[in-house]
Design a protein around this ligand. Structure first.
Ligand code: URA
Length: 254
């Protein structure tokens, strides 16, 4: 029976789940697991930043595992869940909007990610694209449309750091090579900043897995703080759509 170290999970515990929802925050795991259409959810394991719950959509198991913040711990979560048999990975994250039409509470569905994450370089050279699986983009869009939640579909920039990498005004120090980088991404129609999509999408493509990324907008570039209301709205909308999309995937497989 396979057991994976960082997640402290066995193959038996995941009950042949093939889909995993991946928030960064361990505290978001139970919230996702307890959101309809997921049912009968329960806690499974916790070790370091990795908390895992299981829920059921149409009686099929869906795992929810936190990745922690950033590429390195996210890569560990994907590797270990893949070892246990998981084949579809959907990030359920939060994000900062970069375009004027993107508001707090909206969702961004990533089609491809700028690979400023660092970790994905250990899987493929930078010329290799970080692209979402088309089917995952499709079900995320369908779920957002059905739930009437405003959403934007396009390119995400994943950074290795929250402060200088996103050129935040409240950074202690921004090195010269990052000055003006946000304006460049904005001109290139990049929708949002976050820290995990590029790692997930690169690893999934490289290993023949399905990857996707959905994030709720909790601030806009230039904001120096994230408000509790913005966080709650962005998170809640992302959770609704992610659980809806998981149920759509499960019912198509049945
Ligand atoms: N997560 C990020 O990485 N950046 C933001 O601005 C908000 C959430």
């Amino acid at each position: 029976m396979a057991w994976v170290y960082h997640l402290d999970l066995t193959e038996e515990q995941i009950e042949r789940a093939r889909i995993a929802l991946l928030p960064g925050d361990p505290a978001r795991v139970a919230k996702i697991a307890q959101t309809a259409p997921l049912q009968e959810s329960r806690f499974v394991a916790q070790h370091r930043e990795f908390t895992t719950w299981i829920g059921y959509a149409n009686a099929c198991p869906v795992l929810i595992t936190s990745t922690g913040i950033g590429g390195p711990s996210t890569a560990i979560a994907i590797e270990e869940l893949a070892l246990l048999g998981v084949r579809t990975f959907i990030r359920v994250g939060t994000t900062g909007g970069l375009q004027p039409a993107i508001n707090v509470g909206d969702l961004v569905i990533t089609t491809g990610a700028v690979r400023q994450d660092g970790a994905s370089l250990d899987y493929a050279p930078l010329a290799y694209p970080a692209v979402a699986h088309y089917k995952i983009v499709q079900v995320l869009e369908q779920a957002a449309r059905e739930l009437k939640i405003p959403h934007h579909i396009g390119i995400t920039c994943s950074t290795a750091t929250f402060y200088p990498g996103q050129e935040r005004q409240d950074s202690q120090y921004i090195p010269r090579h990052l000055h003006g980088i946000t304006e460049e991404w904005q001109r290139l129609k990049v929708l949002n900043y976050e820290m995990e999509a590029a790692t997930i999408l690169t690893i999934c493509s490289a290993l023949g897995l399905r990857g996707g990324c959905l994030a709720g907008v909790v601030d806009r570039h230039g904001d120096t703080h994230i408000s509790p209301e913005g966080l709650r709205l962005g998170e809640q909308n992302a959770i609704q759509v992610a659980t809806g999309a998981a149920a759509l995937l499960v019912s198509e497989a049945a």
